[in-house]
Design a protein around this ligand. Structure first.
Ligand code: NAD
Ligand code: UDP
Ligand code: UDP
Length: 312
């Protein structure tokens, strides 16, 4: 029989794609979300499916359900959102991890944590390998997210060592694709929406900082692969190792949308990492996984999604 799988944050950008994939694979899927940054529209197409169930719930609170597997994704992910109410962000990461680990312990369920490249902070090692401990400002504006996620990793490994909980930890690097929130402030959605509506492209700093962008379908392959393998608890980096500057991203989006938007320079936010690129050797060896979708192809899909959403 297929497992019953809980996805916290299942109505979010990544979570909705994961729920879709699991339902297609025959899982009974329980999607838990408080709709803080997610939306019912993201999973509306699944609501009529017998294998899909939606529960409005906040992971700060205990949850008693009977499941075999848990993907713990609940957490705002865009800097604008996670910094609006930073205390709530840390509570979601830390209390959410404790409750979901308690549930996993009671159920003897395997649980995967969606950690992040932000655990590396503004990295001094490049590209980032899993053995790097990171360079994080513990009292800056990003700390609620970075330290919340670091503490969640600590909890995962302590529940594993102390209680034998069957954990998996992945560190996700910048991911983009359809169902990103048009105003969630992340760079790919910002630039595409600005380009499509003719508004100025808001480039922070001189645009020389870099990121490596992974298309959401590739990420979901990695999440499922990590959950399904029995050899390693992690942490394992999941991301696209092809690195671009933010200025290059702006120019690519302008070209692909055939937009006349001009580039407008804004101050670089505090503690904005200057470079980021995953070393995915471990994921390649363990999961036989690597991203397949090139940035331009993924951007075209995402642009198509936003065109429809904005009815342009
Ligand atoms: P998202 O904001 O679209 O999704 C997060 C979901 O969690 C939303 O549906 C939100 O409503 C829900 N949520 C937030 N707080 C909650 C709470 N207290 N209780 C229940 N639900 C809650 O973001 P996303 O990009 O889909 O990210 C999903 C996960 O992946 C997050 O944990 C994020 O930290 C991690 N991640 C994402 C990226 C990325 O580039 N997208 C990179 C690294 C890590
Ligand atoms: N918990 C939950 N669902 C469960 C089991 C536990 O939400 O099915 C929560 C519960 O709120 C608890 C937390 O998980 O506080 C941690 O559980 P654990 O068993 O580690 O701790 P304890 O109950 O001993 O405090
Ligand atoms: N960025 C930008 N303009 C925007 C939004 C973001 O230049 O409108 C930059 C931001 O300063 C950062 C990069 O793009 O250097 C990625 O930002 P995002 O918020 O998407 O993710 P993160 O900083 O968490 O990697």
């Amino acid at each position: 029989m297929n497992p019953t799988t809980l996805v916290t944050g299942g109505a979010g950008f990544v979570g909705s794609h994961l729920c879709e994939r699991l339902v297609e694979a025959g899982h009974e899927v329980m999607c838990v979300d408080n709709f803080h940054t997610g939306a019912k529209d993201n999973i509306r197409h699944l609501l009529g499916n017998n294998r899909f169930e939606l529960i409005r719930h906040d992971v700060w609170l205990p949850l008693y359900v009977e499941v075999d597997r848990i993907f713990n994704l609940a957490c705002p992910a865009s800097p604008i959102h996670y910094q609006t109410d930073p205390v709530s962000t840390t509570k979601t990461s830390v209390l959410g991890a404790i409750n979901m680990l308690g549930l996993a312990k009671r159920r003897r369920a395997r649980i995967l944590q969606a950690s992040t490249s932000e655990v590396y902070g503004d990295p001094l090692v490049h590209p980032q390998t899993e053995s790097y401990w990171g360079h994080v400002n513990p009292i800056g504006p990003r700390a609620c997210y970075d330290e919340g996620k670091r503490c969640a990793e600590t909890l995962f490994f302590d529940y594993h060592r102390q209680n034998g909980v069957d954990i998996r930890v992945v560190r996700i690097f910048n991911t983009y694709g359809p169902r990103m929130h048009p105003r969630d402030g992340r760079v790919v959605s910002n630039f595409i929406v600005q380009a499509l509506t003719g508004e100025p492209i808001t480039l922070y700093g001189d645009g020389g900082q870099s990121r490596s962008f992974c298309y959401v379908d590739d990420l979901v392959d990695g999440l499922v692969g990590m959950m399904n393998q029995d050899r390693e608890v992690g942490p394992v980096n999941l991301g696209n190792p092809v690195e671009f500057t933010i200025r290059q991203l702006a120019e690519t989006v302008l070209r692909l949308t055939d937009s006349k938007s001009r580039i407008e320079f804004h101050p670089l936010p505090q503690d904005d990492p200057t470079q980021r690129q995953p070393d995915i050797t471990k994921a390649r060896q363990l999961l036989d996984w690597e991203p397949k979708v090139a940035l331009e192809d993924g951007l075209k899909e995402t642009i198509g999604y936003f065109r429809k959403l904005l009815a342009l």
